[in-house]
Design a protein around this ligand. Structure first.
Ligand code: HEM
Length: 544
């Protein structure tokens, strides 16, 4: 079959450019992470603080009621409104703050639209007390998956783009004569109307999701206002507007092949793909290159899958010439799709074991298996076409498989990627967690043969010394620029509490009182002198 070498060369050149861009870009956090707080967690202050400040790895947005100040008994105190500016949230404190222990619980939204939360403590003229149990009950904790309504709204958005992009690409590049086909007319209109409806649904569902409130609150004006003020909200409003433009340009399908519209409509459809990327993980790092890669990925995916659905709809009436043209278009789309998909994967998954150890990795593996099967069916279709036989059966299989790829992607796009920059997230190695009296240690692998040991002496709620030692493969202390430690107790709803460590020669140390007993998740971020950060996590049993 005739290939299109110019097109292939173009796609490859664009990808090489994208790859170098990503290589040069600074590493991206998948979601915002708390870098520091003022006062730092566990600080005893002599005078009440005028404000509390939280600094994150990327810019964040506030959600209604997201920040709460609790006193030592777990009662929520009235506080002035916090203000978010870029990566920093500043929260004025009430002037009447008396002596005692306080807990700050926070929930903010990352640029990709996903909420993150946590808690920390401080004391005024008193030791910062343990986090009260009510914090666990009141905070929803950090979950790696979004609720079903968020996933469904995202999937609806993908399917709508697939419908309109598939029909338009097929008409403009394969079979202009099919523009009067009523089935294609219906498919295009379903895409345009569905696109606007699902974008609106995403916009409204985002408020309750971000604030951790019930879905019934979706029309709550402050929640809608909060969403509109976020990058997610802005991108989604743009998506609704672009579907409005598409309704004006392409509601009557035959008009799409006119001289002006055949140029305009593809641009507006590409715009829709950008707004989808801009309201997901593609927007998390703020890098325009990453946004472009995800946009191209979503667009070429829609062209391929949508085109397959068109072929299934028009069935045997489609001419061989159109089939050959579609085969070429599909080939170029698949090429771009696989290459941009690989770039997306490298952005989010940093070690092979993450493909098997994390929920995100498992979903990505399932997606890859489905894509591989669809490519197998595509090879059969091409062979059939080469032998002048009808590929309808294998095209149906391709369409079914690729639509399921979209379903898996909707879950993937709303699942927290592995929590790191360039990471290897491992649980404690078998046998690495040993109980020596009440002392415990967690050993985590940092890749390149390096490992970190977190020793907790003793692992009880009565006050502990935490020590972190980072060693090379041969056991010597490794060169480390910075070590950060966060402790979370997800089952009690306590999100990552940063524990400041002090460098002491070959190891790092902190005093810390675990507020609750149970299984704590320790997350270590280790930055080497070249500023390459690795994050690894392990579980730790803390006794009463
Ligand atoms: C039938 C083929 C494929 C289709 C239809 C497809 C479709 C999509 C779509 C629509 C997105 C969503 C973008 C967003 O919501 O921001 C996406 C994201 C992604 N795709 Fe694909 N894709 C396909 C193949 C691949 C392949 C071959 C790979 C890997 C080699 C891949 C890896 C990814 C990754 C890692 C993401 C990012 C998910 C996230 O937001 O965290 N995809 N894909």
């Amino acid at each position: 079959m005739k290939r299109s070498p110019r097109l292939v060369r173009l796609v490859l050149a664009a990808l090489a450019l994208a790859l170098s861009g990503i290589a040069l870009a600074t590493p991206a956090w998948a979601h915002a992470e708390l870098v520091s707080s003022t006062p730092a967690s566990g600080t005893r202050l002599e005078a009440p603080p005028r404000s509390v400040q939280l600094t994150f790895t990327e810019s964040v947005d506030l959600v209604a009621g997201g920040l709460r100040l609790l006193d030592g008994s777990g009662r929520t105190l009235a506080t002035p409104e916090p203000v978010a500016s870029g990566r920093t949230v500043t929260w004025p404190m009430p002037p009447s703050l008396g002596r005692g222990a306080y807990v700050v619980t926070w929930r903010v939204v990352s640029s990709d639209g996903h909420p993150v939360d946590g808690a920390f403590t401080f004391g005024v003229g008193a030791a910062p007390a343990a986090l009260p149990d009510t914090v666990g009950a009141a905070s929803s904790g950090r979950s790696s998956t979004a609720p079903a309504y968020v996933v469904l709204a995202r999937l609806g958005g993908y399917l709508a783009l697939t419908a309109i992009a598939g029909v338009v690409a097929f008409l403009l590049w394969c079979a202009g004569g099919a523009r009067h086909d009523p089935a294609l007319q219906r498919m295009a209109r379903a895409g345009i109307a569905g696109g606007a409806v699902f974008a609106l649904a995403s916009l409204l569902a985002q408020g309750p999701y971000a604030a951790g409130r019930p879905l019934a609150d979706l029309l709550d004006p402050p929640l809608v206002r909060d969403t509109l003020g976020t990058p997610f909200g802005l991108a989604t409003v743009w998506r609704i507007a672009l579907y409005g433009v598409l309704a004006a340009l392409a509601w009557r399908l035959p008009a799409v092949t006119s001289r002006v519209r055949r140029r305009l409509v593809p641009v507006v459809i590409a715009g829709v793909a950008v707004t989808i990327a801009a309201s997901g993980h593609g927007a998390a790092s703020g890098s325009p290159v990453e946004l472009a890669v995800v946009s191209v990925h979503a667009l070429t995916g829609a062209v391929w899958v949508g085109g397959l659905v068109v072929l299934v709809l028009v069935g045997r009436s489609v001419e061989r010439r159109a089939l050959l043209d579609f085969s070429r278009l599909a080939m170029a789309s698949v090429l771009a799709l696989v290459a941009t998909g690989l770039l997306n994967s490298i952005q989010h998954v940093h070690a092979v074991e993450q493909l098997f150890l994390t929920r995100y990795g498992l979903l990505l593996s399932a997606k890859l298996a489905l894509v591989a099967t669809a490519l197998g069916a595509a090879a059969v279709s091409r062979r059939q076409l080469g032998r002048s036989r009808s590929p309808l059966l294998s095209v149906r299989a391709e369409a079914l498989l690729t639509v399921s790829v979209l379903a898996v992607t909707a879950v993937l796009g709303t699942t927290t990627p592995p929590p790191t920059v360039a990471a290897s997230t491992l649980g404690p190695r078998p046998g690495a967690t040993s109980a020596l009296n009440a002392n415990r240690q967690v050993t985590v692998s940092l890749g390149d043969g390096r490992s970190a040991v977190l020793a907790v002496l003793p692992a009880t709620t009565r006050g502990s010394t935490l020590r972190v030692l980072v060693s090379t493969a041969d056991g010597a202390p490794a060169a480390v620029r910075r070590v950060a430690l966060k402790l979370a107790n997800p089952s009690r709803g306590v999100g990552a509490i940063p524990v400041p460590l002090t460098a002491r020669g070959t190891f790092w140390e902190a005093r810390y009182t675990f507020p609750l007993s149970g299984t704590w998740k320790a997350t270590l971020t280790v930055e080497d002198p070249s500023q390459r950060a690795v994050v690894a996590a392990g579980d730790l049993e803390v006794s009463p």
